[in-house]
Design a protein around this ligand. Structure first.
Ligand SMILES: [Zn+2]
Length: 175
């Protein structure tokens, strides 16, 4: 019934010689420190990555890495350059292969994860999927974008208007 009980926390590395036959299942939040390449694309703000990975041996002996990733992070809006909170969620379906030649033999719907090492870092796999899922350019909704309008006066007035007072929000909540 409840599969989540079978997930273990992420280790620093998994051993590719064993983890597939042992059907390793891992889930949890991954340390932000692991995501150097991703962090370069982000602005300051909340940043969290949750993933589930399941290793198994699939058809024709393929070493499958399947699961999902769910991240909350902030990038710069391409219109106003202010932080824009994004949620990235994606499914992962990869086959571990040793080289490009083996990768070329995979079916179209399975992406290769090319790695000849036996030590696999789950965070690398997750980071790569997040980089692929990142939008090329992200924008706030127009109503939330803090782009400067015709004059600086207008901007000041607008941003004041847009910030609902905490009391107004409280009033909504207690209705
Ligand atoms: Zn914006």
């Amino acid at each position: 019934m409840n599969d989540s009980a079978l997930f273990e926390p992420f280790p620093h590395y998994v051993d590719a010689r064993k983890v597939f036959s042992q059907k390793g299942k891992f889930a949890g939040h991954l340390s932000n420190e692991k995501f150097d390449r991703l962090r370069d694309l982000l602005v300051e703000g909340h940043f969290s990555v949750y993933a589930e990975l399941h290793f198994s041996i699939g058809e024709r002996g393929r070493r499958m890495i399947e699961g999902s990733v769910d991240a909350q992070l902030a990038v710069a809006c391409q219109r106003c350059l202010k932080p824009l909170e994004l949620t990235l969620a994606d499914d992962i379906r990869l086959a571990l292969v040793q080289d490009e030649e083996a990768a070329a033999k995979l079916d179209g719907e399975i992406e290769p994860w090319i790695d000849a090492e036996y030590r696999l870092d789950p965070a690398n796999i997750v980071e790569e999927q997040l980089l692929l899922a990142m939008p090329l350019a992200a924008y706030h909704d127009e109503s939330e974008c803090q782009i400067e309008l015709s004059s600086s006066n207008a901007t000041g007035a607008l941003s004041a208007e847009r910030e609902p007072s905490p009391f107004a929000i409280l009033k909504e909540l207690t209705k």
